[in-house]
Design a protein around this ligand. Structure first.
Ligand SMILES: [Zn+2]
Length: 189
């Protein structure tokens, strides 16, 4: 019988209690994959494709994701592109839901939608965005960047170490990966 391991990385709006106290000055171990408590699974390779899972989304829902994927392509070794037809080799199935489905504080989430390998590699993930919470382009762009980051193995940033680090959790409009996270990606793929 086939068993399915599912990983869920949910990003909630109220995360202050999950962040380390500001006087914690020692360096925290930076987790990178493969599906730890805080990090996403590894992608299967450097080609990171995506599709629109439920429908062809209108521009406000497609453009932020496209721009975030283009950013990953431009800033790392990953190669992305335009949406393709969804199948089990598509790395990200992109979808939009409301709070009734995702939860009232969940801005976005990523879930491995097929079997995770024993090495923590996920060949195809769902990336879901919350239409009720992400009301501006910058909200959507940040959450796209954040969830895409999880799909290549990144963990949350524990504190704001750069001025625009999208791997921080919560209600920000940051749209870039910090250089440490880019190094993780570039050394793996
Ligand atoms: Zn997250």
């Amino acid at each position: 019988m086939k068993t399915t391991k599912i990983c869920v990385i949910a990003c909630v709006a109220l995360v202050a209690s999950a962040l380390p106290s500001q006087n914690l000055m020692t360096a925290r171990a930076d987790v990178f994959g493969p599906y730890s408590a805080d990090s996403g699974p590894f992608a299967d390779n450097y080609i990171h494709t995506w599709c629109e899972g439920l429908a062809n989304y209108i521009p406000i829902w497609r453009d932020s994701m496209q721009d975030a994927m283009d950013y990953l392509d431009a800033q790392t070794v990953m190669t992305t592109g335009s949406p393709q037809t969804c199948n089990n080799s598509t790395d990200i199935w992109y979808d939009v839901y409301g709070s009734d489905v995702l939860g009232y504080y969940v801005r976005g989430l990523s879930v491995c939608r097929i079997d995770l390998t024993s090495e923590g590699v996920c060949g195809s993930a769902v990336l879901a965005m919350n239409r009720d919470l992400l009301t501006t382009y910058m909200d959507r762009r940040k959450t796209s960047c954040h969830e895409i980051g999880h799909t290549v193995g990144l963990a949350h940033s524990s504190q704001l170490t750069s001025t625009s680090d999208c791997m921080i959790s919560g209600n920000y409009t940051f749209t870039f990966l910090n250089s440490h996270h880019k190094d993780h990606i570039n050394s793996r793929y």
